[in-house]
Structures are given as C-alpha cells and as structure tokens.
Design a protein around this ligand. Sequence first.
Ligand code: 13P
Ligand code: SF4
Length: 310
Amino acid sequence: MTDIQIRTKDTESIIKDILRLKEEKDAVILAHNYQIADVQDIADFIGDSLELSRKAATLDNEVIVFCGVDFMAETAAVLSPEKTVLLPAPDANCPMSDMITAGELRVLKERFPEAAVVCYVNTSAEVKAESDICCTSANAVKVVESLKEKQVLFVPDRNLGRYVARFTDKEILPWEGFCFVHDRITSDDVMRAREAHPEAELLVHPECRPEVIDLTDHVFSTSGMIKHVCSSDKKEFIIGTEVGILHRMEKDCPDKSCYPLSSGAICATMKRTDIQKVHRALETLTPRVTVPEEVAERARMAIQRMLDIK
Ligand code: 13P
Ligand code: SF4
C-alpha cells in the first residue's frame, strides 16, 4: 500500500469519527472561506465573517466548532455565551486584529470625543467592547451610513476604512492597521494577471490597497465573490483574496475558471486548522474560547447593532 493510500484511509476514518462525535456532542462545524479544503469539506456551514456571525447567533447546537481565526470564535462566544465554542487551532490568530488594543482605542476616543467608533469584526472582544458598532467587509458602507455622527473612527483596517470613505460624506479616520495578506498584493500583480487572463473579470477584497481597488472590476467580501462568480454570465475570474477561497469556487461553480491574483496570498494562521485538530477538539471539547461577561456584554451590543442592520 502506498503512503497516499494509507493517508486516505486515515482521513476517511477521521471523518467518520468526526461525524459520530458531532452527533454525540450535538456539535456544528462552521468554517471560513479561507480554510483548507479538507476542513471546508467536513463543515456544516462555510461563509464569510458576516454569514458566520449570523449563523452563530441562531444555531441551536450545544457545541460550535469554529474553523477560522480567534476573533471569529470570540464573536460566536460573545453571541452565544451558553454554548461551548471551540477553536481547534488555539494559535490561529488574525495579525490584523492584534494591531489595535482596547487601551489604544480608549486614547483615540479621548482625542475624538464626537466621533462614532466602527470596529471591523477582525478585532478582539475588548476592542469591540469599546466600539459603538461592528462591521464586516460585506456591510461596512451600510454600517457607516447608519450612524448619525459625522466623524467616524474606523479600526483597525486602513484599507477597508479608505474603501468605505469612497462611498460616504462622513469623515472617516482610519487606524493604521492592515492585513498583510491583502496589503502585499500590488498593482504589478494586477497587470500580470490581466495580461495572463485578458478575458477574466477581476474581483478583489476591500482589505486590498487603494491602488489595487482602483484597478479592479468589483470589490466584494469573500462570500460576495463566490455569489458573483456563480451568478455571472462571465466564465473567467481573477480572485484578489486569500487562495483558500478557490476551493469553494471550484466546488460551487465548477463551470467557471478562477485564477488567484497572487498565489502568495496565503493566511498562515487560517491554515493552522486541520481535520485532526477538529477531531481532537470534538473528542476533548477543548480548546474552548470564552469571553468574560463584563467584556462580552459590551461587545455584544456592538455586534448586535450590526446584525440588526438588514
Ligand atoms: P470576509 O468577511 O470577507 O470573509 O473576510 C474575512 C477576512 O479575514 C478577510 O481577510
Ligand atoms: Fe486576518 Fe488577513 Fe488572515 Fe483575514 S487574511 S484572518 S484579515 S490576517
């Protein structure tokens, strides 16, 4: 028997056991669009941050296994404090969310007391607790437009903040954070990809730099991209976000051809989850993510205010 056959047999038995444990523990598996193929394939729901937050808020299951990064599992724990929320890879952090602390945000709020605070969902629960409202890449413009304040502190993603500023008369003051995966995609990458695939439409994530956004055909959240590719009459697409999304596109829209804008767009921490870790998490009900109730209570207000926007 070859190595590949042995691995396949192992994988099959792990998947079988995951299905058994899910039933036994009343668990549901949520996965972000950037997760590795094996993890996406065993998930009950795959989505972008907004879809996964909405899902986490409505599920009846006692256990939520969150295959993504820490702020996503924290958001689920804030919305469902009575549930057991598991993050199979406890070191799966989002480097951008670590670029602002609650203390830094408090100092900023003192400097701009009239401003509303919008925090990207890619933040810690402590930062959410200091914010008026949360947003994701799918609803950032709507969220900002829903506010009565004229001035908005937008944390932590400067690129998403600048993208939102294109669509509003409000004064947006972005924090200087960024996602290293999207921020390192360049205009040269766009030129090269357009030359290689002249018929393809270009879709990029709003975490990309303004000069990349200037060159694109459309800007979407990760699930927005998948919906667009599946429903469009076009056949070819260049995808400007983390490459894990291409697996979902291949599965959901097999008749379309999708090419990465940058094959180096890989979020290492999103890739720390594998099916072995999911299996272990279900078996042991660890590592569990919890948020102290005094923080969760205030963070929940910012998240719920966002979810209330239809
Ligand atoms: P989406 O909400 O668009 O899935 O984005 C999440 C993220 O982390 C992008 O880097
Ligand atoms: Fe964070 Fe960027 Fe990874 Fe998304 S892709 S989880 S923003 S580091």
